[in-house]
Design a protein around this ligand. Sequence first.
Ligand code: SF4
Length: 520
Amino acid sequence: VKIYVPRDSAALALGADETAAAIQSEAKKRNIAIELVRNSSRGLFWLEPLVEVSTQKGRVAYGPVQAEDVAGLFDVGFHNGGAHKLGLGLTEEIAYLKNQERLTFARMGITDPVSLEDYQAHQGYAGLRKALEIKPTDVVQQVLDSGLRGRGGAAFPAGIKWKTVAAAQADQKYVVCNADEGDSGTFSDRMTMEGDPYMLIEGMTIAAMATGATRGYIYVRSEYPHAIDNLNEAIARATKAGFLGDNVLGSGRAFHLEVRKGAGSYVCGEETAMLESIEGKRGIVRAKPPIPALQGLFGKPTVINNVITYASVPIILARGAAFYANYGMGRSKGTLPIQLAGNIKHGGLVEKAFGVTLRQLVFEYGGGTASGRPVKAIQVGGPLGAYVPEQHWDLPMDYEGWTAVGATVGHGGIVVHDDTSDMRKLARYAMEFCAIESCGKCTPCRIGSTRGVEVIDRLAEADRQGKPEVKAQQVKLLRDLCDTMVNGSLCAMGGMTPFPVLSALNHYPQDFGLSTPDKK
Ligand code: SF4
């Protein structure tokens, strides 16, 4: 009997190791032969540890299973699919999972993450094999035709970056993966590295084959020790099996891949600060131009994408650009692994084609707030993303449509707040976060964020003391300051911090002691 217990950090945090140990010992005690597979989470976090059992009808799920539930499960014969109050039926039939469009996350939770055999048995490396059959320029064209845009937040077309690097003349080129997933409420990169690391490795190898790069680095945040372990293990196995190294799959082309660990700086998620960090320097943003595609790591042409962007590439090559571009809407092609977090009942990973709405995500999938109270605001796109008010919850998710109403898709992280949230405090938090994480290179961000905290504090004080003129003055000052930060900052850190601040001020004026929206 095959029994699956996830071993990614979300499941571990909820007691998966203890559950797995209890299953092993209970099976031994009862003389039941089992094969325990440590898979990864399917992304239904409120059900973790989610235990699955192979049956003739398919995999059957039970969850959340704690160690103390295990004896009772064996009593009802769960190892043969027996009925139990924790039973969830066939895993694939759970509505949260069934109603998704999992292209990138198709293998997530199904395979043993570091098993190359499992990976290949589930379409793994089909994309790379295809890429090696066609010309590098055709590989780039496939990525261009797929419409894939950077999933890290900037949404720049991946194929254009690849084309630029491919056309550059240099003795050395690099492929770098930004895995410094620092946005609040985001975990799709972590899930990929922990749950399906070969998919990232394959995507980066395809990028190398397409652009002529021979070395690659995955820059992972230090807070992700399990991801780092899995990547190192997967890279070692892939190298041994000839998928990486001096002669990738006998093509005569080389690609060597290494993991680099960050040191806890948010701004190192900005691509040029990340390059500085990989080079062993302090993570400070570089002015552009030159663009990294021409002068990137160690001054050489460099492809930089984030984890999900690379992870989306194997299926594009394997199934063709048109297959991928068929999903989505407008200029937002394909699917996005969206992460539901914050005050939400059913937090987890939902991969959907662009066009899905926030209302569907938060209510149909997420089940509303965990507190049971009404949803007040939804922040999308990390700590620098805008708070989206109810009037925009039915807007189909696409980059252009959302930008038009001041919302950001970013990395697809959604953080839900109920009606007890104080939007002024959240606006202050955004400025404070920027003050702490600013790299200090430019004045609007370095000084502006500190002044921003002070202005919001004075605004609150004026409200407490009932001084409307002072309040109006401070609101004006805050708007001026935000304007300077948006237009004068060197990178998105200072340039986007005003988004949560202004959206809070514009959509929730009552939390600032303003009865109606102030004059902008
Ligand atoms: Fe550094 Fe902030 Fe300027 Fe970006 S905006 S370069 S983080 S000081």
